[in-house]
Design a binder for this molecule. Structure first.
Ligand code: 13P
Ligand code: SF4
Length: 400
C-alpha cells in the first residue's frame, strides 16, 4: 500500500470557534439577524424567522410542538442553549441521547438539537419509517471534521499493513457514520466519553493495539485510565506519510491516537486551575476528558458530561466546584444548584459555536414545516454504511 501525503487542512469550524466568545455573562439568544453578525456560516431560512425575538419564537415552537404531539420527539444535548433545552423531551449526553433515539419507536420525527454526527447516529439507531431532523444543517463538530472519512480509511489500510491483525479500530461518537462503519466492518467499536474506558478494555480483550479516532486527548486520557503508559501511545498525524511515525514506533505503540482535538475543551489550562485554587482553597475541579492530559492531571476529577452533571448535583450544599466543559451546561448547572458555588474554569464565555447554531428560529422553522407536512434538514445515512455503523454502535450500547 503506497503511503499517502496530505495537504494540511484545518476545518472551517475550528476557525469559527471563537465567534461567540465574550466576557459578559449573558447566554440569552438574540434575534437571529443580530447573531448572524458573528460572521460564521449559517443556514439560510425564510426571512420571517430572522428578526423574531425569543419571546415571539417560544410560543410558536410550543404551538407547533403541541400540534405535532407524539409524532415528534425533541432530543437536546446538554451543550444546547437554554432557549432550546426548555423544549427538549429528553436531554442528555451523546450516549444517553443515542440510547433514547433507539427507544423512540413511536415518533415519526426525531428532531435532534445537537450536532450532525449525533443526528446521523440517531438515524442509524432509529426505525426505518422514522425521520431525523437537524434544525440547522451547519451544526457540525470541528473535532469530527478533523477526521475526514477518506483520511481515516487510508490510515486504517496503512496501519493494518504495518501491524497485521490485532489492531482494533475504536471511534469516538464524534465522527462520521462512514468511520463508524469502518469500525463495524473491522471488528471495532464506537465509544462516548461515558464508556470510553470500558470500550478500551473491550478492545484490548480482542486485540493488542487500538487505533483511536478522532480525539487524541480523550484517547490519551482513557489509555492512562486503563493502564497504558504514555510512551506506548503514538499520535497519527494525517498530514504526514505514515502518520509521521516510523514502522518501529507503530509496532511499539499500544494506542495510536488520531491527531484531532476539541476547540472548546482545549481552551482549559493548568494556569486557570492554579488561579481557581488560589481564589477558592476548598474548590473541587472537574473537567471533561477531551481536555489535555496536563489539565486532567491538575484537576480533581474528570469524566463525561453525565459524570459532571452527577458530580455537581450530588455534591453537598456549600460545595465550590469549578468545571472545565461547555459553558451552556456549566451555566445551567450553576442555576440549578444555587446552594453551591458552580462556575466555569475559563473566565471568557465561549460556547461551542456549532452547538450554538441551533438557534430557536431554526427550531421554530423545522417544526412549522413538519406541521405543514414538509421535512426540512433530514439527516440520512445510506443503508450499507448504516448496516456496519450499527454493528459498531450496538457493540457500544452493550458495553457499559
Ligand atoms: P458527550 O459524549 O459527553 O456528550 O460529549 C459530546 C461532545 O461533543 C463533547 O464535546
Ligand atoms: Fe465538537 Fe467540541 Fe463542540 Fe463537542 S464541544 S460538539 S467535540 S466542537
Amino acid at each position: 500500500m503506497a503511503a499517502t501525503l496530505r495537504e494540511p487542512v484545518i476545518p472551517i469550524t475550528e476557525f469559527e470557534h471563537s465567534a461567540f466568545c465574550r466576557t459578559d455573562e449573558s447566554l440569552a439568544s438574540k434575534p437571529l439577524v443580530d447573531e448572524l453578525k458573528a460572521n460564521i456560516r449559517w443556514q439560510r431560512l425564510p426571512k420571517e424567522y430572522m428578526g423574531m425575538k425569543p419571546e415571539v419564537l417560544y410560543p410558536r415552537i410550543r404551538a407547533a410542538k403541541e400540534k405535532l404531539g407524539k409524532r415528534a420527539v425533541i432530543l437536546g444535548h446538554h451543550y444546547q442553549r437554554e432557549d432550546i433545552i426548555q423544549f427538549a423531551d429528553f436531554k442528555g449526553d451523546s450516549f444517553m441521547l443515542s440510547q433514547n433515539a433507539a427507544r423512540q419507536k413511536n415518533a415519526d420525527y426525531i428532531v435532534f438539537c445537537g450536532v450532525h454526527f449525533m443526528a446521523e447516529t440517531a438515524d442509524i439507531l432509529s426505525g426505518p419509517r422514522q425521520q431525523v431532523v437537524l434544525p440547522n444543517i451547519n451544526a457540525g463538530c470541528s473535532m469530527a471534521d478533523m477526521a475526514p472519512t477518506e483520511d481515516a480509511l487510508d490510515a486504517w489500510d496503512e496501519l493494518s499493513e504495518v501491524v497485521g491483525s490485532g489492531l482494533i479500530p475504536v471511534t469516538y461518537m464524534n465522527s462520521t457514520a462512514a468511520i463508524k462503519a469502518m469500525c463495524g466492518r473491522n471488528g471495532g467499536i464506537v465509544c462516548t466519553s461515558s464508556n470510553a474506558a470500558a470500550v478500551f478494555r473491550w478492545a484490548f480483550e480482542r486485540g493488542e493495539k487500538v487505533l483511536f479516532l478522532p480525539d487524541q486527548h480523550l484517547g490519551r486520557n482513557t489509555g492512562v485510565k486503563v493502564g497504558v503508559p504514555l510512551d506506548e501511545m503514538a499520535v497519527w498525524n494525517p498530514f504526514k506519510t505514515l502518520g509521521g511515525l516510523s514502522r518501529s514506533q507503530i509496532q511499539k505503540a499500544r494506542v495510536i491516537l488520531w491527531q484531532g482535538h476539541c476547540a472548546v475543551h482545549t481552551r482549559f489550562t493548568v494556569a486557570q486551575i492554579a488561579e481557581v485554587r488560589r481564589r477558592y482553597p476548598n474548590v473541587k475541579v472537574v473537567v471533561h476528558p477531551e481536555c489535555t492530559r496536563e489539565v486532567v492531571e491538575a484537576a480533581d476529577m474528570d469524566g463525561s458530561t453525565e459524570f459532571i452533571v452527577r458530580t455537581v448535583t450530588q455534591a453537598p450544599p456549600g460545595s465550590v466546584i469549578a468545571i472545565g466543559t461547555e459553558i451552556n451546561l456549566v451555566s445551567r448547572l450553576a442555576h440549578e444548584n444555587l446552594d453551591k458555588t458552580v462556575f466555569c474554569l475559563d473566565p471568557v464565555i465561549c460556547p461551542c459555536s456549532t452547538m450554538y447554531r441551533i438557534h430557536p428560529a431554526y427550531l421554530a422553522w423545522v417544526l412549522d414545516e413538519l406541521v405543514a407536512g414538509r421535512v426540512i434538514n433530514r439527516v440520512t445515512v445510506d443503508d450499507e454504511t448504516a448496516r456496519y455503523a450499527r454493528i459498531a454502535l450496538e457493540r457500544m450500547l452493550q458495553v457499559v
